[in-house]
Design a protein around this ligand. Structure first.
Ligand code: G3P
Ligand code: CA
Length: 249
């Protein structure tokens, strides 16, 4: 069954990479939540997409140059704008989560896709996962656009499921061949690179014993098509749409 993965939680509806966003994704019935991790100046893992606080919070500055305490002063609900332009989650006390908080909170039965955004965050991510419930359940995937990050992750923990993200217009065939050569289980192209007919790539991934996923799919017809053809997983900003299109069997 194709997995529905909530992109930064349910980021179409609530501030990305915050607990209200993750909680809504779980309410919508996702199979897994996708999050992004960076390393702070004091060696902690902050769950935030960008290198800086600028877009998603009311503060500025590079995550790598700030301590976690400084980052926790930022309002993680400030950047989210509703359709009418209002900011309903500003001043509600939302904070940039720590990776440890997410691991503690993650409900049983919900998987986790951890995207390493900064190579420096790799060691701490793998160490934090060691002994976690989600790793024990074999329900975590560590992924990155950076080949060196997932190479390092597998070196530190060969049992960890790792995957390579491909930037738009990078050839999925190239990613698949590299993943096979290097022993990574997953390959995650941009949906557009799967083509109108994704069957040849899905067949190729299956033949190689790889998991083929893609990002970001918000169109129900496309979700249904990808699921019907046996894609392993897709990431969506709208988990309610995803779950409705791909009901649990
Ligand atoms: O899961 C893949 C997707 O999250 C990659 O793109 O920019 O949203 O991190 P981005
Ligand atoms: Ca991501």
């Amino acid at each position: 069954m194709t997995l529905v993965v909530g992109h930064r939680g349910a980021c179409a509806y609530r501030p990305e990479n915050t607990f209200p966003s993750y909680e809504l994704a779980v309410e919508h019935g996702v199979d897994a939540i996708e999050i992004d991790v960076h390393l702070t100046a004091d060696g902690q893992l902050a769950v935030i997409h960008d290198e800086t606080l600028d877009r998603t919070t009311d503060r500025t500055g590079r995550v790598a140059e700030l301590t976690m305490d400084m980052i926790r002063e930022a309002d993680a609900g400030a950047g989210f704008a509703a359709e009418d332009g209002s900011h309903p989650y500003a001043d509600q006390g939302l904070r940039v989560p720590t990776f440890a908080e997410v691991l503690d909170w993650l409900p049983e039965g919900v998987g986790l896709v951890v995207e390493i955004k900064a190579r420096e965050a790799t060691d701490a991510t793998v160490e934090a996962l060691r002994g976690s419930r989600v790793r024990a359940a074999r329900a975590v995937n560590v992924i990155s656009f950076d080949e060196a990050s997932i190479e390092r992750a597998r070196e530190l923990d060969p049992e960890l499921d790792t995957g390579l993200l491909l930037v738009p217009f990078d050839k999925p065939e190239r990613g698949l061949a590299w993943a096979v050569e290097r022993g990574h289980l997953g390959v995650y192209p941009w949906d557009g690179d799967l083509g109108i007919d994704p069957r040849p790539l899905i067949a190729q991934a299956n033949a190689f014993g790889r998991r083929l996923g893609c990002y970001v799919v918000n169109e129900p017809d496309r979700m249904r098509q990808l699921a019907a053809e046996g894609l392993w997983a897709f990431v969506t900003d709208m988990p309610d749409i995803g779950r409705a299109a791909v009901p649990r069997s």
